[in-house]
Design a binder for this molecule. Structure first.
Ligand code: TYD
Ligand code: MG
Length: 467
């Protein structure tokens, strides 16, 4: 008998290696190789089975969807779960994944669908306690605390399969077909594969919960991302109540929609008008803040962009950004220096998107520039204005998509004017003032005109800082 080859698997990317190493050759992550059983147990070759090959042209009904009735969840999935599809919900521990899914399961159950919630992390009593806290104690959701995938599949294959199966979490599941310990990449992949086969065979929509830690210590559900139909991520700042559900991959729907929830004492509350929420704690009249009229998916969303520009005490000034792309910030700063005469090389720059939102749109360039210049010049921007527009490397302000929707949302929320690219001139709603700008330098000149000199620092403070 041949000694079984050892198998070390990177817990970050899933690459296998015959030897242990400090650093994974495939992805470069450090200290992620863990010994696991052979990935594929040797089996005697079997004769191939014949299967039917169909022409591409044929009758397939459109993938039937089951809407949950939780509006924000349905929006992100593209109208509800598709029968037989598998969705991975990722997110930091404690962000509210279990809470969201028990609410979704209860919503399906309310519509007469059979929903099964299997927890590998908590006892049935704990899940029940949470449901009570959410006011869902009476919901007809079937519960079990189970971790053996074969047992789950066997139990659910008995009789009519459910419409929804929630597995919380995939890291706790294990399958007999793989020898590794639960939580390792090989187990996670094996268990997910087993559940995906179950979904495709029975038409049950399956939601897998996956924990993601920042340092990648827990076997990453990254490997599972390629296997499932949709990947959603549940995000939020620990200190804040907002939770954002975002589609990262979706074979049956859009990937740019977000769902917004608020974590309350009695569970997650849907936020139908997120702009109101993101602007609710705005400090009016302080320099360095600008309201950006953005678009998330099909929905306009107003957010506040905050900037702080302060003289640096370091050789290389700091550039820190939360919620926006750091390379776009560098680009906007370079354009301000090169085309608008704004010197920032002696200043630290901090940029923050309020409310813990992440913005990916280039349309935020103008709003970011406005906030930066406003902070530098100590000139507060008009409280009733919104900003949007893309900045090109030449310093020109370029048009962006969905101008009308952005302006309408701004008007709805009580704003009276917008600083926008020239092409937007024709799209102003009635009673709404537009200032169009062709180049970023025009915006800078406008803001600088209202600027005040920076407040003098007190001598006492200077002395304190020197010590
Ligand atoms: P949970 O859904 O258990 O998170 P996850 O499954 O992602 O690990 O939620 C955990 C947090 O949510 C916990 O800190 C308590 C908070 N929470 C509320 O604020 N209100 C509630 O009604 C519930 C059920 C939880
Ligand atoms: Mg949980």
């Amino acid at each position: 008998m041949v000694a079984r080859a050892q198998n070390f698997v990177c817990q970050s990317c899933g690459a296998a290696s015959p030897r242990w190493a400090g650093r994974c050759d495939a992805c470069g992550a450090w200290n992620t190789l863990v010994e696991e059983g052979a990935a594929t147990p040797a089996r005697a070759a079997r004769k191939g089975r014949l299967f039917v090959i169909e022409p591409l042209k044929g009758q397939t009904l459109e993938a039937p969807r089951l809407a949950s009735g939780v509006g924000e969840f349905d929006r992100v999935t593209g109208g509800g779960l598709v029968r037989g599809s598998v969705l991975l919900l990722g997110g930091d521990p404690g962000i509210g994944k279990s809470t969201l899914l028990i609410e979704v399961a209860a919503a399906y159950a309310q519509h007469g669908q059979r929903a099964v919630y299997i927890s590998g992390e908590e006892a049935v009593a704990q899940v029940r306690l949470r449901a009570e806290r959410l006011g869902l104690a009476e919901a007809a959701v079937a519960l079990a605390a189970e971790t053996a995938v074969e047992d789950i599949v066997a139990t659910l294959s008995h009789g009519k399969p459910p419409q929804l199966l929630v597995i919380d979490s995939i890291q706790t599941m294990w399958t007999q077909t793989v020898e590794s310990a639960p939580g390792t990449v090989t187990q996670v992949r094996g268990a997910a594969g087993e559940l995906i086969r179950f979904a495709k065979r029975t038409g049950t929509a399956v939601i897998l919960v996956g924990h993601v830690t920042k340092d990648g210590q827990i076997a990453g559900p990254r490997v599972v991302e390629h296997m499932v139909d949709a990947v959603l991520s549940f995000e939020g700042e620990g200190s804040q109540q907002f939770r954002i559900l975002r589609a990262i991959k979706n074979r049956f729907g859009p990937t740019d929609e977000i769902g917004v929830f608020e974590m309350t004492g009695a569970g997650l509350r849907e936020v139908a008008n997120p702009s109101e929420l993101f602007l609710s704690e705005r400090e009016l009249g302080s320099p360095g803040t600008a309201v950006f009229a953005g678009i998330e998916g099909t929905r306009p969303l107003l957010v506040e962009i905050q900037a702080l520009v302060a003289p640096t005490s370091l050789g290389t000034p700091r550039r820190a950004v939360v919620g926006w792309d750091p390379s776009r910030l560098s680009m906007v700063l370079a354009v301000l220096e090169a085309h608008c005469g704004v010197r920032l090389s002696g200043h630290d720059v901090y940029l923050n998107v309020a409310g813990g939102l992440r913005i990916a749109e280039p349309a935020a360039d103008v709003a970011a520039a406005a906030a930066l210049v406003s902070s530098l010049a100590h000139a507060s921007l008009p409280a009733d204005a919104v900003y949007f527009g893309e900045v090109s490397l030449s310093g020109a302000v370029r048009p962006v998509a969905q101008t009308a929707a952005r302006l309408k949302e701004a008007q709805k929320l009580g704003f009276a004017r917008a600083i926008v690219p020239e092409a937007a001139r024709t799209e102003a709603p009635q009673g709404f003032a537009l200032s169009t700008i062709g180049a970023l330098s025009e915006l800078v000149a406008d803001i600088a005109r209202d600027g005040k000199p920076p407040p003098r620092r007190l001598r006492g403070q200077d002395a304190e800082e020197d010590t």
